[in-house]
Ligand binder design. Structure first.
Ligand code: HMG
Ligand code: MG
Length: 284
């Protein structure tokens, strides 16, 4: 039997947030609708963060209202705090993604707050997401290397994972924010993580700055990871992580899954069209 792998399409959020050229809400809607049409099981549509911090996604409300939603796709919004959570709920999301980091300096640069303060914001949100029965995904940035602090020890990542599990999140995405993790680094950390927690709750979120993301995903698949984040067209990066380039492309993630004997359920021809469309819009 061919084993399934779930690809989480993060292009509309992670891919676009770092682009300074204005991209219209209509163009974003078209990109997202093409991703839905390609059969993506999950699409991270946008983020409800401070528009001063991420101006590109200031139209989160308009984009969320305009997209075609399909019952077979989970639509997720990235949120940093209660204000973001309330906006996500108002705009029709049943799935949200929170984010923190394994590096204090990255956390400060990305959210103007420490990791502990991130968790205080998360704790405030628990009664709301429990009452609304939301699905909560959580990102841990800089699991391997931080743009400010360099190498990050496994203990820091382990602590954040345990705290997120105690918080009751449903899925944890391990971020290689600036694409500097080597295959050996990925294997080392995953061995520790998978000795302690079930593999089903973990995703790999690899930026492809140094062309190591494909090999790193292959290592993850070999070790039992079955959720991969990627971005159609391979666009993007994080504005608060100097040197971060785009996520591994969904085109590559699908190819890797196929080569390793896994099924993603995504129509690769239609997905390629979505990637080509957004690449044709972005001039940077
Ligand atoms: P702050 O300035 O410390 O927050 O920012 P504040 O609470 O003092 O609020 C400042 C202003 O922002 C206020 O407005 C708030 O109302 C507003 P003002 O009174 O000045 O007009 N505000 C909001 N507006 C809309 N939606 C909200 C919201 N919250 C406050 N939710 C804050 C703290 C966390 C808000 C800010 O730092 C922020 O928005 N950061 C977002 C950073 C971000 O989006 N980074 C990229 C995503 S993470 C990433 O890319 C990594 C990932 O891909 C994994 C990986 O690759 O590693 C996930
Ligand atoms: Mg990212």
């Amino acid at each position: 039997m061919i084993e399934p792998v779930r690809i989480v399409e993060v292009g509309p959020r992670d891919g676009l947030q770092n682009i300074s050229q204005p991209i219209s809400s209509t163009e974003k809607k078209k990109y997202i609708d093409m991703l839905t049409e390609a059969g993506c099981p999950e699409i991270e549509v946008t983020s409800f963060v401070s528009p001063k911090w991420v101006p590109q996604l200031a139209d989160a409300k308009e984009v969320s209202a305009s997209i075609q939603r399909n019952n077979d796709t989970t639509y997720t919004a990235l949120i940093p705090n209660r204000k973001g959570l309330e906006a996500a709920i108002e705009n029709g999301y049943y799935s949200v993604a929170i984010f923190t980091a394994a590096s204090e300096t990255f956390s400060k640069n990305n959210t103007n707050s420490s990791i502990e303060e991130n968790f205080k914001r998360f704790e405030e949100m628990i009664p709301i997401w429990e009452e609304k029965n939301l699905r909560v995904r959580a990102y841990i940035s800089t699991c391997w290397v931080c743009p400010y602090e360099g190498d990050i020890g496994a203990e820091a990542v382990i602590k954040v994972i345990q705290d997120l599990i105690d918080l009751g999140v449903h899925e944890i995405s391990l971020g290689d924010t600036i694409g500097k993790a080597t295959p050996d680094d990925v294997e080392y950390l995953l061995e520790i993580i998978l000795d302690n927690w079930p593999r089903e709750i973990f995703a790999l979120h690899m930026h492809d700055t140094y062309n190591m993301a494909a090999e790193n995903l292959t290592i993850g698949l070999g070790m039992g990871i079955r959720i991969l984040d990627s971005s159609a067209g391979g666009v993007g990066g994080c504005p608060f992580a100097p040197g971060a380039s785009g996520n591994i492309s969904t085109e590559s993630a699908i190819r890797i899954c196929k080569e390793q004997g896994f099924e993603t359920g995504i129509d690769s021809d239609k997905l390629r069209l979505a990637g080509a469309y957004i690449q044709s819009i972005i001039q940077e």
